[in-house]
Design a protein around this ligand. Sequence first.
Ligand code: GAR
Length: 196
Amino acid sequence: MKNIVILISGGGSNMAAIVNAAKREGWADKWGARVAAVISNKADAKGLTWAKEQGIHTEVLDHKQFASREAFDTALTQCIDRFGIPDQPVLVLLAGFMRILTPGFVSHYDGHLVNIHPSLLPAFSGLNTHQRAIDAGCKFAGATVHQVTAELDHGPILAQAVVPVLASDTADTLAARVLTQEHLIYPQAVAQLLQR
Ligand code: GAR
């Protein structure tokens, strides 16, 4: 069995897309993979409610309770690793987890840590990606699933989706269009990783 832990900070729609794909496509039977836990750094993350309703174990680890980024990431590592299985590293999926990770955290999960970012990386790493794409006059925007390295929003690209930017777009309408594609490419990219 390969355990997946999903980290969220908010709505968790990418998390839900992954959980639903795992069920629909039978990841447990095909690859021995299951979503073992959802962890949030915010107690009020809406995605936690949905995950609980699905019978998935949830945890909250509030970063504000920790004196430093390192202390939080160490506690997060301990929390995640409780869902590990001997000789089977946990696959950690960042799904709208709005935290900058320490190099120690990233190296602990080297090769088993994946993120989705709402831009066509390497363009527009960081925040406010959709407004920045509109301001730059981009005709296309999109999302990227990538393996996480110590540098923010970098790392080997696993999948990308492209959407048009319309003249009438606001950051919100563009974000919504991109998000529908995120829900397709993130589960697909994870399924490809599990098949390796
Ligand atoms: C998604 O658009 C995701 O790409 C983005 O946050 C949103 C989370 O939505 N992630 C980042 O900006 C990470 N830098 P969700 O909670 O509904 O999945």
